[in-house]
Design a protein around this ligand. Structure first.
Ligand code: SF4
Ligand code: SF4
Length: 280
């Protein structure tokens, strides 16, 4: 039999229960079709113990598949076009949020993630590499735990002359970023998380924004040696995400030792040097 690490890299994970495996199925940016779900249910019922487990990276695992039935299950999965994978020293399943449909979402996270999955998923690297695409500042903490993350923000400007001091924006701002005087209003840049929630409530269009940009987080990781990434100085446009990802992966491939995470490379080389190499 192929060794267990090779199997794991293919999404076939040996359980601690001797002779049993869990299969890891890949979603399409967090979604399975109804038909896929029915086929997955059939796998769980026929070959597993009837349970389907969710993972933190939007994949789905079906445990308790007997070693002697693996070939048969894999043939069924291929016939039904159910994709397995998401292990090993490679780009893992790209994590995203529901930004495409969520009322807080500032970006079409689904479209961006699917395009990234096509280009980057499974690319072999010195170590595992986790990427996320997130649609608003509510996911800040989620972004911080990834090797590379993109988080959509909206830069809001206040037109003080147009403002009629109705205070509607003050009430909806989750960060207390507005400072109100008797007949004045100021937006405190250092407090604003760039969520854009204040814009739609303004009755006179005094809160404006030119475009949605993305913060770029480098070198986060969870696990035993957690490191929370902070955003780089540069913000980028949606169209630049894949090009920046290519640069980051090239840098990581060139500078990382075997199984060294990007967080460790950054600690060793220094964030400023890494940022300079990627953004110029
Ligand atoms: S963008 Fe968000 S955090 Fe900033 S002022 Fe508006 S509501 Fe407050
Ligand atoms: S909602 Fe608009 S008009 Fe009302 S206080 Fe805020 S910026 Fe001024």
């Amino acid at each position: 039999m192929t060794d267990l690490n090779t199997l794991k890299a293919r999404g076939i994970i040996a359980q601690k229960q001797e002779g049993y495996f869990a299969l890891r199925f890949l979603s399409n940016a967090g979604y399975f079709t109804a038909e896929e779900m029915m086929n997955l249910t059939e796998v769980a019922r026929k070959y597993g113990n009837g349970e389907l487990g969710l993972t933190s990276r939007l994949t789905l695992e079906i445990p308790y598949i007997k070693a002697e039935q693996l070939e048969e299950v894999l043939a069924f999965c291929e016939e039904k076009n159910l994709k397995i994978g998401g292990g090993g020293t490679s780009v893992r399943a790209i994590l995203t949020c529901k930004g495409t449909v969520c009322k807080h979402g500032l970006a079409d996270t689904n479209r961006i993630t699917r395009a990234m999955d096509k280009q980057f998923f499974g690319r072999l690297l010195p170590g595992k590499f986790k990427i996320s695409v997130l649609g608003c500042p509510n996911s800040y903490g989620k972004a911080q735990g990834n090797d590379l993350a993109f988080l959509a923000v909206r830069e809001v400007k206040l037109d003080e002359e147009a403002c009629i001091h109705c205070k509607k924006c003050v009430k909806v701002c989750p960060d207390g970023a507005f400072e109100i005087g008797e007949s004045t209003l100021a937006l405190r840049d250092e407090k604003c998380s760039r969520c854009g929630k204040c814009m739609p409530v303004c009755p006179v269009d005094a809160l404006r924004s030119d475009n949605i940009e993305f913060l770029v987080f480098l070198g986060g990781r969870l696990g035993r040696k957690a490191r929370l990434a902070t955003p780089c100085k540069c913000k980028i446009q949606a169209e630049e995400i894949n090009a920046v990802t290519e640069k980051v992966l090239a840098f990581y491939s060139e500078h990382a030792g075997s199984k060294e995470r990007f967080a460790e490379v950054i600690e060793r080389i220094g964030l400023e040097t890494v940022e300079q190499a990627i953004f110029g």
